[in-house]
Design a protein around this ligand. Structure first.
Ligand SMILES: [Fe+2]
Length: 200
């Protein structure tokens, strides 16, 4: 039997988490992740936050954290679809890997999904967008604002943001690693930073 590729194994872990949402688009995103074609020839590009991200992943017993770590050599970290919307200091506090997207690497006309790491102690200020969004924390923790709901989120927690709900995250002392997905209207032009008194 062929061994599962690290991306296939990661896709299965992500789909299992999205399946817990009980939302049709979450299930369909899982189907696309686990059946989509992963292009050959993608290799990891050195990224500034890798050591901190590995340290954060190492604190977690979540199976998806192990799958993310195993897939690092072929994960396209640095593919942030909204990087053009950020200040340099914001772009420097997070690393994003897009796995499923209309532009690939796995092609989906309707959904986006991927990974995110945010550096310890940094604050990613209030923003919103048209897309419906779900995050699932797989390592570390964050003080998480989602509309009127603010609390510490840890590995195993799943957070849902309906379209246009303002959200912001202050990473804990190990930072956090999360998987994310977008559905509904997945345009990136509506991604907007909002007035935020907590912004550094
Ligand atoms: Fe978001």
């Amino acid at each position: 039997m062929l061994a599962l590729s690290p991306i296939s194994a990661l896709a299965q872990e992500m789909a299992a988490i999205f399946a817990t949402e009980g939302r049709e688009d979450a299930d369909l995103t899982g189907v696309e992740l686990t059946t989509g074609l992963w292009p050959e020839g993608l290799f990891h590009v050195p990224m500034a936050l890798e050591a901190a991200m590995r340290a954060c992943l190492a604190t977690s017993g979540h199976p998806c954290a192990a799958a993310i770590e195993a897939a690092i050599p072929i994960t396209p970290w640095g593919t942030n679809p909204v990087a053009d919307r950020m200040l340099d200091k914001e772009a420097a506090m997070i690393a994003v890997a897009t796995l499923l997207d209309p532009e690939g690497p796995m092609i989906s006309p309707r959904f986006r999904a991927g990974l995110l790491f945010q550096r310890p102690g940094t604050y990613y200020r209030l923003h919103n967008h048209d897309a419906v969004e779900t995050y699932a924390i797989v390592a570390g923790s964050a003080d998480w604002i989602a509309g009127d709901d603010r609390r510490i989120r840890r590995a195993g927690d799943v957070i849902h943001h309906p379209s246009r709900m303002p959200h912001a995250f202050r990473a804990g002392r190990e930072g956090f690693v999360a998987i994310w997905r977008w559905s509904g209207d997945i345009n990136s032009h509506s991604y907007t930073f909002l007035p935020d008194p907590e912004a550094d």
